[in-house]
Design a protein around this ligand. Structure first.
Ligand code: DGJ
Length: 362
């Protein structure tokens, strides 16, 4: 039976009745079909590492999702970058109209290295459902200073060793420690990531960098396969994760979380006229309480942002997507999709709803 409502936080089944397995996900609309890519998780704590790969589903109405299988499979080859048991998180896919390719970026931590690799993986496919072929992993922008450069970035790195990548991370004084300088030659750390394609076709890679202390927004090259070399450092020292960018009426918006491992925290949001900044932080956009867990805005309904989807053909209809993590039984993470409402002063809000449907956008 087809579904006609969203039920945030409840088990969401695909068209065969199997719970959807696409965590830390993102959507791509292509030729009238929406594709949902996300981390395929397995049961238990082991599910926090990648044993299968990136799962893809398709839908014509956003409520009912058909299982399209595994878009990118992890490798059995020992030592491979995406070997089974690596950490492969937050896959996002964009379509490059010039090359015709579907390009996937994801947060990649090599097997057995905890969160120390801090790299972004890239994979490509000819079809939205894949199969995607792994291209490489990078730490972006080696040797490059940001557009918003400052003299402090040219001073030596003063941070002592011992950053293990464990969460929660030690909070650094980013100006004094200058982690940016430490990673300049080898490329910048890139953990939680997102992608955004602007109206002019330029694509951007947004990631948590500098031991998660600072977001970077980095323009991609024309093929969407590598950084172009133009990037900006944002919200230095604010420890933002999982930033999702969207655009409405000439303004760029961003929703993100703080940095508390799998635990929920208060959402952050910001606005800019230029995607490279300056960005201005605004108030927590969340309102209301999730009755399933009692969490309100200070814990983002128990969830963490992953993506904001603009409805096809609409300039003003956006769905904010979140995950409720369950690190002890990763496969049972839940999805929270909520509509974004805009305020007169250009701010936006996200109200909890037990159930809702697309008529809220009419
Ligand atoms: C929070 C991130 O958003 C998740 O994707 C994951 O990396 C966890 N931290 C791991 O602790």
């Amino acid at each position: 039976m087809s579904q006609q409502i969203f039920e945030p936080g409840k088990i969401w089944r695909d068209t065969k009745g199997v719970p959807i397995n696409a965590h830390g996900g993102g959507l791509l609309c292509h030729e009238g079909v929406v594709y949902w890519y996300g981390e395929h998780k397995i049961e238990g704590e082991a599910g926090n590492r990648a044993h299968v790969g990136v799962h893809v589903y398709s839908s014509a109405d956003l409520y009912n999702w058909k299982d399209e299988g595994i878009a990118l499979r992890v490798s059995d080859e020992p030592g491979h970058d995406i070997e089974t048991g690596c950490i492969l998180e937050r896959p996002k896919v964009i379509h490059n109209a010039a090359t015709g390719k579907f390009v996937m970026w994801f947060h990649l931590e090599k097997k057995g290295c905890g969160y120390d690799t801090a790299s972004s993986g890239v994979a490509v496919a000819d079809q939205p459902t894949g199969p995607f072929s792994y291209v490489r992993a990078i730490r972006p922008n080696a040797g490059v200073f940001p557009l918003n450069d400052s003299p402090a970035l040219h001073t030596p790195c003063l941070a002592e060793g011992g950053f293990t990548g464990d969460h929660p991370l030690p909070r650094l004084n980013v100006v004094e420690s200058n982690i940016f300088r430490r990673d300049l030659e080898e490329g910048q750390m890139a953990r939680d990531l997102n992608l955004f394609v602007d109206d002019d076709g330029k694509a951007y890679h947004i990631y948590s960098s500098e031991e998660n202390s600072t977001l970077h927004i980095s323009e991609l090259d024309a093929a969407y396969l590598a950084p172009s070399g133009r990037f900006a450092r944002l919200f230095a020292g604010r420890y933002m994760e999982t930033a999702a960018v969207f655009k409405r009426g000439g303004y760029y918006y961003l929703i993100a979380s703080g940095c508390t491992s799998w635990e929920p925290n208060a959402a952050r949001c910001a606005i800019a006229r230029n995607i490279m900044g300056p960005w201005y932080e605004m108030e927590n956009p969340c309102r209301g309480v999730n009755p399933q867990n009692g969490f309100g805005p200070d814990k983002t309904f128990g969830a963490q942002s992953t993506y904001v989807h603009k409805l096809h053909g609409r300039d003003d209809a956006f769905i904010a997507m979140f995950d409720i993590w369950n690190p002890d039984n990763a496969i049972d993470g839940r999805y929270v999709w909520l509509p974004v409402t805009f305020e007169d002063d250009h701010g936006f809000l996200i109200h909890w709803r037990d159930t809702w449907d697309l008529s809220v956008f009419e």
